[in-house]
Design a protein around this ligand. Structure first.
Ligand code: FE2
Length: 356
């Protein structure tokens, strides 16, 4: 029923500036836009694209209305995790049976290039899922959008698809949301991870589509004395929402080298002792550990293989939304082992200073 991620739409203060960041710092291509000139009176949207990834950034044109309210409450934040479906009507009805709030009834969007059937349902927080039935639409992105192709050189990139969208939900609600995704979308629980460090704790369950393309790690804070990154997200975002977008890469080393040359993306730094302990933790890998150390790429292994990942600092203004680049060499996990490994690396540095 669910074929894949269709697009991810964020509501932001200035869609043009955000699109500029994604095109100039992250190598996305300008793709489509819609606004007053194309008959939309309340918003302006820019769509950028790379591989199979389509991101939409929308800003309100006035201080009134749902978009402005969303930006006021959540800051720049993901509003819509849109999913491509075979049949929007059937998908919509199934979501309602599972208890989803209807946001937009099934309706047809049309222009000279064809038509697309859409419907939207609510999920955690103020986040929605638009169900997109594309059929044979041949235009730019969606009816109502026109092509957007500013000129200029763009860097070569290696992002091929959205790997997962990680979402933070309120403490105690994780199992309810897993149940919702199972009933509404026919997702299965594909992964389960509880992460406890000395300072904080969280529970995480990953729901995914039957074809393995859509994966949503859902995370809730677990009771613990410290404040977890999930608590921090819920506080600054103003409730549940999508925390990070992970882009699947076919060459993370080339990708991160290109992004570091460009200089527009701030990555989380990984402490040196993490890499000293890496061979013992993950065994033999194809990549040169000294290169990974220079690029702050971290590695995790599961029974199926290993994965490489790198995280940016927040890109949304608030300490809420960030980006991940992930390359999978067989692994099906999400890097849970890195949380503890990074924590222990910090501890070793602390111990070396005689402060543990
Ligand atoms: Fe992730």
């Amino acid at each position: 029923m669910i074929q894949g991620f269709d697009h991810i739409e964020s509501y932001v203060g200035n869609a043009h500036a955000t699109a500029y960041f994604f095109t100039h710092a992250l190598g996305f291509r300008p793709y489509a836009q819609a606004g007053l000139e194309t008959g939309r009176r309340d918003r302006h949207s820019y769509c950028v694209q790379q591989g199979k990834i389509r991101l939409v950034f929308t800003n309100p044109l006035s201080p009134r209305g749902d978009i402005a309210r969303h930006v006021r409450q959540h800051g720049d934040a993901i509003r819509d995790i849109a999913l491509t479906v075979e049949d929007a009507q059937v998908a919509f009805e199934r979501c309602l049976e599972a208890g989803a709030e209807p946001i937009a009834e099934p309706h047809v969007l049309e222009d000279a290039h064809g038509s697309v059937r859409c419907a939207s349902v609510g999920t955690f927080g103020n986040t929605v899922h638009t169900l997109v039935e594309r059929g044979f639409y041949r235009g730019a992105f969606l009816p109502g959008f026109c092509p957007w192709r500013p000129t200029g050189e763009l860097s070569a990139t290696h992002l091929v698809a959205v790997d997962h969208v990680a979402c933070c939900v309120e403490s105690g609600s994780l199992d309810r949301w897993v149940d919702f995704y199972e009933r509404a979308f026919g997702f299965g629980e594909v992964h389960h991870e509880d992460i406890v460090t000395e300072q904080s704790a969280m529970n995480s369950k990953v729901v995914g589509s039957a074809n393995g393309v859509v994966k949503l790690p859902l995370m809730e804070p677990a009771s613990h004395q410290g404040k977890s990154q999930i608590d921090e997200f819920l506080e600054y975002h103003g409730g549940a929402g999508a925390q990070h977008l992970a882009f699947l890469s076919d060459d993370i080393v080339a990708q991160v080298e290109a992004l570091q040359r460009g200089g527009g993306v701030d990555f989380l730094e990984t402490p040196d002792p993490y890499y000293d302990a890496l061979p013992g933790r993950v065994g033999t890998i194809r990549e040169d550990i000294e290169v990974l150390r220079r690029l702050n790429v971290v590695v995790d292994r599961d029974p199926h293989g290993y994965l490489l990942q790198v995280f940016t600092r927040p890109v949304t203004g608030r300490p809420t939304g960030f980006l991940e680049v992930i390359q999978r060499r067989g692994a099906r996990g999400f890097g849970g082992g890195n949380v503890r490994a990074l924590f222990e690396a910090v501890e070793r540095v602390q111990a070396a200073r005689g402060n543990l």
